[in-house]
Ligand binder design. Structure first.
Ligand code: COS
Length: 393
C-alpha cells in the first residue's frame, strides 16, 4: 500500500486526512461496479452521478452553492484526484472536469450565475466542460479565433470550432472562450456559458485517444447566447482561463501522483513476488535502484503539488509559478515511475489488462493537457525573469 506519511506534512489539516480515508473506503467499495472500459461515456455519467450522490463533488464548488469550503480548497481537490486516480483514471477524469468546467464561475461568476450553474454540478446532476483549445490555438491560447459578436444588446453570436474538449458530447454546459475584440490578443477574449441545446451547436467529431475518455470537437454556428451568460467583464476571458488553470494545474499533479503511487505499488508487489535467478526480483540491486528512483520521484512530486495547493489555500493571489512547477514535476515524475514499473513487469507489463499497461496509457496525456510541460517551462522562466527584472530596478 502506498506510503501515507505525507498526510502528516504540515500542508494538511485533520479534515484532509478524514476526507482521504473516507474517500478511499468509498472508492474501493463503489467504483469497481461503475466501470466499463467499453463504454467510456456511460462510465463517466455513472461516476458523476455516484460522486454527486455521495457528496464528493462538493469539493468542486464553493460552500454557498452546494460546496464544501467557502472557496475552492485546492488541497482537497488534489487529494481527491490522487485517491481516485490511484484506482481508476476515468473516476479522476469525471471528478476533475466538474471542477474545471465550473472553475471560471466559482472564481469570477456573479451571484446569479453561481446559484444557477453550480448546485446541479455539485449534486452530480449536470456535467460541466471547459472549451478553450482550438485547432490552431492550443499552447498559444491567446491566438484563439472563435468569435462572440453582439446581436442586439442582450445577446452575442458565437461562431467557431473548439477541439480536444473533455466531456464534449456529454456535457450539460460548456464554458466557451471567444474573441470579443476589446483589444488585440489576450486582452480581447471573453468567457460565456453555452448549453448544447443552443441552435447552431454541434459535435463535429469524437476524438479517440490512447486512454479513451469523452473528448470531442465542437462547432458553434452563430449560436445565440445571452450576454448574462458572460463570466466576468468583456475582455477578461484570458485572465479567467489562466486563473482557473492556476487552480487546476496543481490538481493535474495530484492525479499524476495517484497514477504514480499505484505504479510503484504494482512494482513493489512484482519485485517481492517474482523469482528471478533463484531469488526475488527485489534482491537485485538494479531493481532496488529502480524502486528508489521511483520513490524519490513520487516524494518530490508530492512536495511540489501540496506546496502549490497549500500556497493557494493560504490566500495567495497568484500561484502561477508554483502550479506550473507542480504540474511539470508530478506529471514528468509519474511518467518515469510508470515506465519503470512496466519495465519491472517484463512482458507482462505491456499486456492488455495489466494495471501497469493501463497506467502507461493513462499518464501520457497529463504531460500535455492543461498546458504541456513545455508551456509550464515558459511560465516558470517568465516569472523568474520578471522577478529578477523588478528586483534589480
Ligand atoms: N492569472 C491571471 N492573469 C494572468 C495569468 C494568470 N495565471 N497568466 C497571464 N495572465 C495575464 C497577464 O498578466 C497578462 O495581463 P496584462 O495584459 O494585463 O499584462 C495577460 O494575461 C496576457 O498574459 P501573457 O502575456 O503571459 O499571455 P501569453 O499569450 O504570452 O501566454 C502562455 C502564454 C503560454 C502562458 C499561455 O498561453 C498558456 O498558459 N498556454 C497554455 C494554455 C493551456 O493550458 N491550454 C490547454 C487548454 S485547457 S485543457
Amino acid at each position: 500500500m502506498a506510503d501515507r506519511s505525507f498526510l502528516r506534512w504540515p500542508f494538511f489539516d485533520e479534515h484532509h486526512r478524514t476526507l482521504e480515508a473516507e474517500l478511499k473506503a468509498w472508492a474501493d467499495a463503489e467504483l469497481p461496479a461503475l466501470i466499463d472500459h467499453h463504454d467510456t461515456d456511460g462510465t463517466c455519467k455513472r461516476i458523476v452521478k455516484a460522486l454527486g450522490a455521495a457528496g464528493w463533488l462538493k469539493a468542486c464548488v464553493p460552500a454557498p452553492y452546494g460546496g464544501l469550503h467557502p472557496t475552492l480548497d485546492v488541497r482537497s481537490l488534489c487529494l481527491i484526484r490522487e485517491t481516485l486516480a490511484y484506482r481508476e483514471g476515468l473516476a479522476d477524469f469525471a471528478f476533475a472536469m466538474q471542477g474545471l468546467g465550473t472553475g471560471p464561475i466559482s472564481l469570477f461568476g456573479t451571484e446569479a450565475q453561481k446559484r444557477r450553474w453550480l448546485p446541479p454540478v455539485s449534486r452530480g446532476e449536470a456535467i460541466a466542460a471547459f472549451a478553450l483549445s482550438e485547432p490552431e490555438a492550443g499552447s498559444d491560447a491567446a491566438a484563439l479565433t472563435t468569435t462572440a459578436t453582439p446581436d442586439g444588446n442582450e445577446h452575442v453570436r458565437i461562431a467557431g470550432l473548439k477541439t480536444w474538449i473533455s466531456n464534449g458530447g456529454i456535457a450539460d454546459h460548456y464554458i466557451v472562450f471567444a474573441r470579443t475584440g476589446e483589444a488585440p490578443g489576450a486582452r480581447g477574449l471573453s468567457a460565456f456559458v453555452v448549453t448544447p441545446d443552443t441552435p447552431g451547436f454541434s459535435i463535429v467529431e469524437r476524438i479517440e485517444t490512447l486512454a479513451p475518455h469523452p473528448l470531442a470537437t465542437l462547432r458553434f454556428d452563430a449560436c445565440r447566447v445571452p450576454v448574462e451568460n458572460r463570466i466576468g467583464g468583456p475582455g477578461d476571458g484570458f485572465k479567467i482561463a489562466m486563473a482557473t488553470l492556476d487552480v487546476f494545474r496543481s490538481t493535474v499533479g495530484g492525479a499524476a501522483l495517484g497514477f504514480g503511487r499505484r505504479a510503484l505499488d504494482e512494482a513493489l508487489d512484482r519485485s517481492a513476488t517474482r523469482t528471478l535467478f533463484g531469488a526475488p526480483l527485489a534482491d537485485l540491486q538494479l531493481t532496488q535502484a529502480s524502486l528508489a528512483e521511483s520513490e524519490a520521484d513520487i516524494d518530490t512530486a508530492a512536495l511540489a503539488v501540496y506546496r502549490a495547493a497549500w500556497t493557494k489555500d493560504q490566500g495567495a493571489e497568484r500561484v502561477t509559478r508554483e502550479a506550473a512547477i507542480a504540474k511539470m514535476i508530478a506529471t514528468e515524475g509519474a511518467s518515469r515511475v510508470i515506465d519503470r514499473a512496466v519495465q519491472l513487469h517484463g512482458g507482462a507489463g505491456v499486456r492488455v489488462g495489466m494495471k501497469v499497461e493501463e497506467l502507461y496509457r493513462d499518464i501520457r496525456a497529463l504531460r500535455i493537457y492543461e498546458g504541456a510541460t513545455d508551456v509550464q517551462k515558459i511560465v516558470i522562466a517568465r516569472q523568474i525573469l520578471k522577478d529578477r527584472a523588478s528586483a534589480s530596478r
